[in-house]
Design a protein around this ligand. Structure first.
Ligand code: AMP
Length: 292
């Protein structure tokens, strides 16, 4: 996908309210998953997306949903199922951000562990988008407090995580309780057979979109690891420095203090080492590197 030139947001047929907010937030170009998914969802297609967090998948489904929202309809038009309360809140916040110029838009996160009161009154007042964990969504369906009869779009976010956490029966129950005419988008980092079965059973001729993880290892990098306990770390590192031929080396440490302690100890062992960390000014960092 990387060799296909990415379109501009303005070429994706999103509503003016969304183009405005995208500009304000500072997104310059759509990410690959957004470029592929936004036109499909706007076109009412089902989507099976293989993508991880960090690829921009939230906006890939939130922007087209918002672009087609009917602000006058107060029963939920879109439901996003997420594996955890944290993700549900994060996705609801993303909807809120992207809807900054859509007047009277309401999104509601619903998840277990929170009292029903605020969720019930928000649902009664009317919401356009619900983002929920499967268990709590089922609870609301059983109580009759969540009306999915007018649902237009259902998103399963991180479907493999929902499977891993034992939610798959709940997800399937919810799928069965939504209108057959709904549009469905399923996103998953991996595609185990149970997820493929769900996709095959509940998605209508889905367009398949696969996006490589944003943070991969470059082909010319080999990764190795050596398990040592804390006490032996310095000796292990010294062995590596003595055994591996190198011109220069970058060593990452967890804390700022850690960088300084390690540089001091390496100097004491005869290696020219220096610490770089966020407490130093950029110019100072550059000077430090040049001095090595
Ligand atoms: P996600 O994969 O949905 O968790 O998004 C990862 C991060 O990328 C979030 O912080 C988004 O705000 C950001 N993001 C999403 N789309 C874009 C874009 N087109 N340009 C720049 N940043 C983006």
């Amino acid at each position: 996908m990387s060799d296909i030139p990415l379109p501009l947001f303005s070429e994706l047929n999103l509503s003016p309210a969304l183009l405005k907010v995208i500009k304000e937030i500072g997104y310059e170009t759509p990410s690959p998953i957004q470029a592929a998914t936004i036109p499909l969802l706007l076109d009412n297609r089902d989507v099976l997306g293989q993508a991880q967090t960090g690829t921009g998948k939230t906006a890939a489904f939130a922007l087209p949903i918002l672009s087609r929202i009917d602000i006058k309809q107060h029963t939920p038009q879109a439901l996003v199922l997420a594996p955890t309360r944290e993700l549900a809140i994060q996705v609801a916040e993303a909807f809120q951000t992207y809807a900054a110029h859509i007047k009277d838009f309401h999104v509601l996160p619903i998840y277990g562990g929170q009292s029903y009161g605020p969720q019930l009154s928000a649902l009664r007042r009317g919401v356009h988008v619900v983002v929920g964990t499967p268990g709590r969504v089922i609870d609301h369906l059983d109580k009759g407090s969540l009306d999915l009869s007018k649902l237009k779009t259902l998103v399963l976010d991180e479907a493999d995580e929902m499977l891993r956490m034992g939610f798959i029966d709940d997800v399937e129950q919810i799928l069965q309780k939504t209108p057959a005419t709904r549009q469905t988008a399923l996103f998953s980092a991996t595609m185990p057979s149970a997820i493929k079965r769900i996709a095959k059973t509940y998605l209508r001729e889905p367009a398949e979109v696969t996006v490589a993880a944003k943070t991969g290892t470059a082909d010319n990098i080999r990764q190795r690891y050596w398990m040592v306990s804390g006490m032996q770390k310095l000796d292990a590192l010294t062995r590596i420095l003595e055994a591996e031929p190198f011109d220069g080396m970058i060593i990452f440490a967890r804390t700022k203090l850690g960088t300084e302690e390690l540089a001091g100890k390496l100097n004491a062992r005869g290696f020219a080492a220096t610490a770089i960390n966020g407490d130093m000014q950029q110019a100072q960092r550059e000077r430090t590197i040049q001095q090595l």
